[in-house]
Ligand binder design. Structure first.
Ligand SMILES: [Mg+2]
Length: 400
């Protein structure tokens, strides 16, 4: 399963109640609902009909649990011509639609384009001519809708609709001649999930990536934070303080979160505002990314690093507090004043509204702070871990 870098705003969780505009799953047929017959790619006899594994179970759960409208969009090349008569297509299509309907999977609309690729018809995917009713229509929320398909043309369709793409990619070259965007660009802009398993699709729709972009601008610092709590540990940190960058890099890597921080601070004065405000901006971004905190944990971590032992316990319980037991004798490590270590974590706990309990012992000062950042990262990783089968808040108060 591969979650790509696509913005998924916090209000777009699939489990939202209907609030006005409807979200749609535009679902391809062949290669998605049923296996695509090899060689001819044409499903025109019952002995070729094989439903896609898990489609009944997980599309059934999607239909039952979420408020998506289901719309089938399929290209059936040359349907109605001598090589693909309607009477070889329709009985299979009817069986397919009725079988899914019996499991609670009902398509509100079914769009079938019958043209051949060389006709370049605007109705043929990735063209959107059949789907014009969804455009500029306040009844539909295309931005938070998805196209689920097995060809790159389906992903181009998602782009053309202004929706997102879920790609059951078995062969990148299929349909590649019919798109005007590179696969890399579609991956960056449109594709939010690549998987061949309907279970992954269900889980993704149930729990989309917790991603935010957060800007914090004052007269002293201009900070841009991008955070993905469900990332892979990728980081891009630039605060103007290489040692601080190195520490924040630990947070991404050991926390398994994607983190990009760009801070332009008043370093000509000193390091203070840059470090303090980065802590605040990071904490604010964390609050946004955590959203309603359903299904998260509250945790801590203990780790040794050579001569040092660091322990960090964290609770995103909605109140700020910090306990800090770590002494530093040197004035600076790298370009970072050691008195600012406490200040960074204090700022973070204030802004993230979390309790932080940090203790570290040891002799080597570099090891000591690095082990604190690593334990902080591990504690965050555990604390923000989301159990998708648990929709409850980790609190008896009903709010965090
Ligand atoms: Mg297909």
């Amino acid at each position: 399963m591969n979650n790509n870098n696509n913005q998924h705003s916090q209000d777009s969780t699939a489990s939202n109640k209907i609030n006005g505009a409807r979200k749609i799953l535009f679902i391809d047929r062949d290669g998605v609902l049923v296996k695509e017959p090899p060689i001819t790619y044409q499903l025109d006899s019952f002995d070729q009909l094989v439903f896609y594994p898990n489609v009944f179970k997980y599309l059934g759960k999607i239909a039952a649990e979420f408020n998506f409208e289901l719309v089938m969009v399929t290209n059936q090349d040359g349907l109605g011509t001598a090589s693909f008569p309607e009477n070889t297509f329709l009985p299979i299509q009817n069986l397919l639609v009725n079988s899914l309907k019996n499991e609670g999977i009902h398509f509100s609309d079914i769009y079938i384009d019958k043209t051949l690729p060389e006709q370049n018809a605007p109705t043929r995917k990735p063209g959107v001519a059949m789907l014009s009713k969804y455009f500029n229509n306040p009844d539909y929320d295309l931005v938070n809708s998805f196209v689920i398909g097995d060809r790159i043309t389906d992903m181009q369709l998602a782009k053309n609709l202004g929706a997102k793409g879920i790609w059951l990619n078995t062969d990148e070259s299929k349909g590649a001649a019919e798109v005007n965007t590179t696969i890399e660009a579609l991956r960056k802009e449109v594709i939010v999930l690549e998987s061949l398993d309907w279970k992954d699709i269900y889980e993704f729709l149930k729990s989309p990536d917790r991603k935010v972009q957060h800007d914090r601008i004052t007269n002293e610092t201009k900070i841009k934070v991008n955070i993905n709590l469900d990332g892979k540990g990728n980081s891009s940190i630039s605060t103007g303080l290489p040692f601080f960058d190195h520490m924040l890099d630990q947070l991404a890597r050991h926390g398994n979160i994607d983190l990009a921080i760009e801070c332009k601070g008043d370093l000509h004065i000193d390091e203070h505002h840059t470090i303090e405000d980065t802590g605040l901006a990071l904490g604010e971004a964390m609050v946004k990314a955590l959203g309603d905190k359903r299904g998260i944990e509250r945790y801590g971590y203990l780790l040794p690093m050579d001569d040092c032992l660091a322990q960090v316990a964290i609770d995103f319980g909605g109140r700020n507090w910090i306990v800090w037991e770590a002494e530093f004798k040197r004035e600076k490590i790298g370009d970072m004043p050691t008195e600012m270590f406490f200040h960074f974590f204090k700022s973070f706990s204030d802004a993230a509204k979390c309790n932080l309990n940090i203790k570290a012992s040891g002799d080597n000062e570099h090891h000591k702070i690095e082990s604190i950042f690593k334990a902080f990262a591990k504690a965050i990783k555990m604390a923000v871990k989301k159990d998708i089968n648990n929709d409850s808040l980790p609190s008896t108060k009903g709010v965090l």
